[in-house]
Write a protein of this length. Structure first.
Ligand code: PMP
Length: 461
């Protein structure tokens, strides 16, 4: 067996990676030509790469490491569970203690009517579950034709063919035969980019009313559900105007359309409450969870459904499930994550310390000439870059080139900020301290300044 460890030189690790590892959402040839960054360890909010750089991770991995890296309790619980019961399934009339404990705990943490969990290994799988479950729900109620699902353009719900179809990313739909039939996309509530001369409130209402138009076009008797992220994450941290979600809720109720809140990013404290639906003041029928459920320490996701849906689904055999639904090690790790979050009162830290410090930092960054506005909700934010703040102008071309430039300057300054098009994205571990936020602000300012200089030099401003 080839012994591959942290001790190998970076170039050797990169060569092996290029030879054998295919990366998600990546042009392999380009990456392989330059070599991937090799992350070797992490603690708190800092990553260490194979060259010894200490990088501040203002993305919490992929919006998931809410507790921060390197909590030894998580590893201890995983080891204990691996020794006691590393695996058993929850098919064929069996269950196990980690799945029981986690389900009961989730029922306590979620809004009162959401008490039943169907597990998956990821957010994508959980959204696939939702797609099938809402259709089975209506079929069991004698309305099998009530099967269409409405989502939004620029939504992200996962990468499988079902969840990718629910998502509204055109560059994903362009590959592999998506979207599948029966899924429809309405406009997103992105006032900054698409609101024109409307006030945010007018625009929020108008975009929500597109749901009503689509339901009427399809016939309410044919529409099973609407799905949306309380705050769109991968679409660019799009915080909807205050008028948006109440109107969506009203429309769903009026036409008997189930409301699915995809909480894969927003859940578990990201927006400042346990769930984004609380922040947005909505009552969904189903929430999708993953990421922050285990702070990314183990792959686990799920759908938490209302008492009413569970009553209908439990009355039939739902022919659906995954080998790793409720995996005992992942469930035990998720449970430990929830224990730490509650015992250390991470939500109070967010509320009293981290979010106020982050918001103050974002205000400072918002004054930078390149930054068009600050979109924020709790501990997630985006900074759209613009050549002209007042007119909310976009850079010429398809978008993304300037964001990419800025992201590269971030990396050069030992900071991870992701870019979505020309928006810079911030979603740090929830445990980040004000001192670490100062480091973030300093590095982000340097990256913005360097991007500004590049654009001036290239006559792009
Ligand atoms: N839903 C949302 C809102 C997400 O942000 C993501 C992942 N970024 C997913 C679903 C898919 O989750 P996973 O990558 O775990 O399949």
């Amino acid at each position: 067996m080839t012994l591959v460890t942290n001790h190998l030189p970076t170039a050797e690790l990169q060569a092996l990676d290029a030879a054998h590892h295919m990366h998600p959402f990546t042009t392999g040839d380009e990456l392989n030509a330059k070599g991937a960054r090799v992350i070797t360890r992490a603690k708190g909010v800092y990553l260490t790469d194979s060259e010894g750089n200490e990088i501040l991770d203002a993305m919490a991995g992929l919006w998931c490491v809410n507790l921060g890296y390197g909590r030894p309790e998580m590893g201890q619980v995983a080891a204990r569970q691996m020794n006691e019961l590393p695996y058993y399934n929850t098919f064929f009339q069996t269950t196990h203690v980690p799945a029981i404990a986690l389900s009961a705990e989730l029922a306590k943490l979620t809004p009162a009517h959401l008490n039943h969990v169907f597990y998956a290994g990821s957010g994508s799988e959980a959204n696939d579950t939702n797609l099938r479950m809402v259709r089975v729900y209506w079929a069991e109620k004698g309305q099998p034709q009530k099967s269409h699902v409405i989502s939004r353009k620029n939504a992200y719900h996962g990468s499988s063919i079902g969840s990718g179809s629910l998502g509204g990313m055109t560059y994903m739909h362009a590959q592999g035969g998506m979207p599948i039939p029966g899924i429809h996309h309405i406009g997103q509530p992105d006032w900054w980019a698409e609101g024109g001369d409307h006030t945010p409130e007018e625009f929020g209402l108008a975009r929500a009313q597109e749901l009503e138009e689509k339901i009427l076009e399809l016939g309410a008797e044919n529409v099973a559900a609407f799905i949306g992220e309380p705050v769109q994450g991968a679409g660019g941290v799009i915080v909807p105007p205050s008028t948006y979600w109440p109107e969506i809720q009203r429309i769903c109720k009026k036409y008997d359309v189930l409301l699915i809140a995809d909480e894969v990013i927003c859940g578990f404290g990201r927006t400042g409450n346990w769930f984004g639906c609380e922040t947005m003041g909505i009552t969904p029928d189903i929430i999708t969870i993953a990421k922050g459920l285990s702070s990314g320490y183990a792959p686990i996701g799920g759908s938490i459904v209302s008492d009413e849906i569970a009553e209908v689904i439990n009355a039939c055999e739902f022919n659906h499930g995954y080998t790793y639904s409720g995996h005992p090690v992942c469930a035990a790790v998720a449970m430990e994550n929830l224990r730490i979050m509650q015992e250390e009162d991470i939500l109070s830290h967010v509320h009293n310390v981290a979010a106020p410090a982050l918001h103050a930092a974002l205000e400072t960054l918002g004054e930078h000439p390149l930054v068009g506005t600050v979109n924020k909700s709790g501990m997630m934010a985006s900074l759209p870059l613009t050549p002209h703040k007042e007119s909310r102008a976009k850079f010429a071309g398809e978008g993304g080139a300037v964001g990419y430039m800025c992201r590269e300057h971030c990396f050069a300054n030992s900071l991870v900020m992701r870019h979505v098009g020309d928006r810079m994205i911030i979603s740090p571990p929830l445990v980040i301290t004000p001192e670490e936020i100062e480091v973030f602000t300093k590095r982000a300012t340097q990256a913005l300044d360097a991007t500004y200089k590049d654009l001036k030099d290239k006559d792009m401003l």
